[in-house]
Design a protein around this ligand. Structure first.
Ligand SMILES: C[S@@+](CC[C@H](N)C(=O)[O-])C[C@H]1O[C@@H](n2cnc3c(N)ncnc32)[C@H](O)[C@@H]1O
Length: 234
């Protein structure tokens, strides 16, 4: 599941389930349903009882870069339905009381063992302080899979996700320990390069990552910033 080879680079050619258009269902919904039914990561997430197929994206990034270490303190921004939080809790051993996972989302989630969840908007004025209070100290990792509801207008969606990434970066620079890691979702399309340049001021290593589980036809990308220099807001 973790590699393109196993995934086989499955595309339209290998579709197993065809979904007929039904009255009242938009073509885009039919396309979405067909993609879900034929997505090997959706099937595997279901088989493993994971909350989201997104969980594989975090697993793959961490398998490659090893930032979710036992005992680490992690903040998960935009956590619902909880796939990333579950992966983080397992890998940092928060259930065993070694590490810590603090998560936030506008949408509520089913409780996760080893995760402190705040049901709130990250844009709320008091959200950063509430997260800090729940953390009880500096963080090793701040990760953001936050995504605003897509409008379908490429430029608007891009600006919205960059804005989310910017406030997440701001927060990361406030709470990370020196040496800490920041990982956040962005969309390909231009200004993410400016964001990257900004991140380089605060982190010694900054790169783009596209995990195999991130759909090849999606503009989604992650920025992975490692080795926080410490001291200062973005
Ligand atoms: C792609 S989903 C996250 C999936 C999650 N990583 C998982 O594995 O289950 C993006 C989430 O970002 C959340 N989100 C978007 N804007 C937000 C905000 N301002 N504050 C908190 N959460 C936000 C959405 O509610 C949505 O649940």
């Amino acid at each position: 599941m973790a590699s393109k080879k196993k995934d086989g680079g499955r595309g339209q050619r290998d579709l197993k389930v065809k979904v007929k258009t039904a009255r009242g269902r938009k073509t885009s919904s039919t396309r979405w349903l067909q993609r879900q039914l034929n997505d090997p990561y959706v099937a595997e997430a279901k088989r493993q009882g994971l909350r989201s197929r997104s969980a594989f994206k975090l697993m793959q990034m961490d398998d490659q870069h090893g930032f979710l270490t036992p005992g680490a303190s992690v903040v998960d921004l935009g956590a619902a339905p909880g796939g990333w939080s579950e992966v983080a809790a397992k890998r940092v051993h928060s259930v065993e009381g070694e590490g810590k996972v603090v998560a936030i989302d506008i949408h509520d989630i089913e409780p996760i063992a080893g995760v402190t969840f705040l049901h709130a908007d990250f844009y709320d004025e008091d959200a950063p302080d509430r997260l800090k209070e729940a953390l009880g100290g500096p963080a090793d990792v701040v990760m953001s899979d936050m995504a605003a509801h897509a409008t379908g207008h490429r430029k608007t969606d891009h600006l919205k996700i960059i804005a989310l990434c910017e406030i997440a970066l701001d927060f990361a620079c406030d709470v990370l320990k020196p040496g800490g890691v920041f990982v956040a979702k962005v969309l390909q399309g231009g200004t993410e390069h400016e964001l990257l340049a900004q991140m380089r001021q605060f982190f010694r290593s900054v790169s783009h990552v596209k995990p195999d589980a991130s759909r090849a036809d999606s503009a989604e990308l992650y920025v992975l910033a490692k080795d926080f220099r410490g001291g200062g807001e973005a």
